[in-house]
Design a protein. Structure first.
Ligand SMILES: [Fe+2]
Length: 211
């Protein structure tokens, strides 16, 4: 899968029904094969006339939006952000997972900063519930290598603020409406059961080794 233009549709790392009963197969299928595919196609279409941008990674394109030509700034922000967050989202889940273990550095660091996993979960949940309309609740690493939990509207990237997403919770209605209808809170509670902590840990360790 190229890390630059033309961006591809990353395959799901599990079967459509792998997240049952927490997230249903039809939602996963439409979310990945239709919604994510649309973001990928629209991002590529926007970048196609600009060969000077074809060598850059998604992180680079999203980190400095002011350097993107004005005519495609919004399209790259929305669809590039969509591709970035959804690739992270789908790669942050797995078959209902065992309880996270303190053998993982990211768990020890979360416990150290938030006191308990329940305290961290409460923040993720609060931001997820409070996003008005569409958006995300995000666990990020800030420039001081500390965790923050922040909301972001639509597909707006936190990279320009130096906040690197480690674990994104999608609270767009398309992520939950088929199974949960208006019960966003029930979806959020279910999502905590399918977090792939090994994947989150790999991301965390990778970021920490950069500094
Ligand atoms: Fe989504």
């Amino acid at each position: 899968m190229p890390a630059h233009y033309p961006f591809g549709l990353e395959p799901l790392p599990y079967s459509y029904n792998a997240l049952e009963p927490y997230i249903d197969a039809e939602t996963v299928s439409i979310h990945h094969d239709k919604h994510l595919k649309t973001y990928v196609d629209k991002l590529n279409a926007a970048l196609e006339p600009y060969p000077a941008l074809h060598g850059f990674s998604l992180s680079q394109l999203l980190s400095k939006p002011e350097l993107i030509p004005k005519t495609i700034q919004t399209t790259v922000k929305n669809n590039g952000g969509g591709v970035y967050y959804h690739n992270l989202y789908f790669n942050s889940m797995n078959t209902p997972w065992d309880e996270p273990t303190e053998n993982l550095p990211v768990i020890r660091a979360l416990l150290n900063q938030f006191g308990s996993l329940d305290a961290w979960k409460a923040r993720m949940k609060k931001h997820g519930e409070n996003v008005f309309g569409s958006g995300w609740s995000l666990l990020v690493l800030d420039p001081n290598r500390r965790f923050q939990v922040v909301p972001t509207p639509n597909q707006d990237s936190t990279l320009p603020q130096g906040l690197v997403p480690l674990l994104p919770l999608d609270v767009w209605e398309h992520a939950y409406y088929l199974k949960y209808q208006n019960r966003r809170t029930d979806y959020i509670d279910a999502w905590f059961h399918v977090i792939n902590w090994n994947a989150v840990n790999n991301r965390y360790v990778g970021q920490m080794l950069l500094t």
